[in-house]
Design a protein around this ligand. Structure first.
Ligand code: 13P
Ligand code: SF4
Length: 322
């Protein structure tokens, strides 16, 4: 079932209701749908979501939901994880092109060869990877449980950590384990400028620097606190500080500001002249596209059953060990 298109000067435009919030609420009831959103989504999407969280929280919600339809306001690997956990549910992603530079930095054929070159290694993959990479992994981790997961692997077992070298280096520091790293990275978190962050700290000496572990070591070494998006949010609520320099995608500042309206949140500046550091993939989703996805029941996430079953095992292992 597709909705009517209106035609203006030969250009087809989808017909959108005036009040998208009400229309989405109605579709939610009609479809028995749940809307799961990542903190890097635009504020309107965060405000209409049933649950907003980090990658671990979102996969836990996806594993637990009894909704018939999961509308995933995030990027492809997140919606794919929801589908792996829920093969019989319809999983919708508002924009199917919402990918991830980090996931793209690890092509499955190259990773299979890397794995073959390191026999007997236990493969820990960060959830920011494709289903094909998950299928090649022994366990999945997220930024909030990576240290805990690696600490549970027997000490005599060598470990491959993929695909994020920055998170991998951070985990090495925290666990004292020697990890074989895949050289991938996130384009957003590699954009932060150490020099500009230090300058900002001089201008705001009272502000604490908080950072996501996907940032480069030269940024992380200035951080007062390092954590996943959920951990950063909690830290800002609990800290006595009144100001924070936030080194992660600035979409999260919407929730930080809602939870602590009296505090000041300053986005960490990028290397280039754009101070936004918005994830171009996350921002492909819009409230309009979310409405259209629910109305049209597409774009839908699909997977071959072989890949799904192989990718499920390391995700389930993570959920048990988190
Ligand atoms: P978390 O929300 O798990 O901290 O991950 C951040 C991220 O980069 C998601 O793409
Ligand atoms: Fe991928 Fe980085 Fe965007 Fe997260 S912020 S979705 S890791 S590109």
């Amino acid at each position: 079932m597709f909705i009517t298109q209106s035609k203006t000067a030969g250009i087809s435009r989808p017909f959108l209701p005036d009040d998208l919030f009400t229309a989405i609420e109605e579709l939610k009831q009609e479809l028995n749908a749940v809307i799961l959103a990542h903190y890097y989504q635009e504020p309107d999407i965060q405000d209409i979501a049933d649950y907003i969280g980090d990658s671990l929280g979102l996969s836990q919600q996806a594993a637990a939901t009894d909704a018939d339809v999961i509308v995933f306001a995030g990027v492809h690997f997140m919606a794919e994880t929801a589908k792996i956990l829920n093969p019989n549910k319809l999983v919708l992603l508002p924009d199917l092109d919402a990918g991830c530079s980090l996931a793209d930095s690890c092509p499955p054929d190259e990773f299979a060869a890397f794995k073959a070159a390191h026999p007997n290694h236990f493969v820990v993959s960060y959830i920011n990877c494709s289903a094909a990479i998950k299928a090649l992994s022994d366990i999945i981790c997220t930024s909030s449980n990576s240290v805990k997961i690696v600490n549970q692997i027997p000490e005599d077992r060598p470990i491959i950590f993929a695909p994020d070298k920055n998170l991998g280096r951070y985990v090495m520091e925290q666990t004292g384990r020697d990890l074989v790293l895949w050289e991938g990275a996130c384009l957003v978190h590699e954009l932060f400028s150490e020099k500009k962050i230090v300058q900002l700290k001089i201008e705001h000496p009272e502000a604490e620097i908080i950072a996501h572990p996907e940032c480069e070591p030269q940024v992380l070494r200035h951080a007062d606190y390092i954590g996943s998006t959920t951990a950063l949010l909690k830290y800002c609520q609990q800290s006595q500080s009144e100001a924070f320099i936030v080194a992660t995608e600035p979409g999260i500042i919407h929730q930080m500001q809602k939870d602590a309206p009296h505090k000041q949140f300053i986005p960490a500046p990028a290397l280039n002249n754009c101070a936004c550091n918005e994830c171009p993939h996350m921002r492909l989703n819009t409230l309009e596209k979310l409405y259209l996805a629910m109305k049209n029941r597409q774009p839908e996430i699909t997977l071959t059953e072989d890949t799904r079953v192989a990718a499920l095992k390391p995700i389930q292992r993570m959920l048990e060990m988190s």
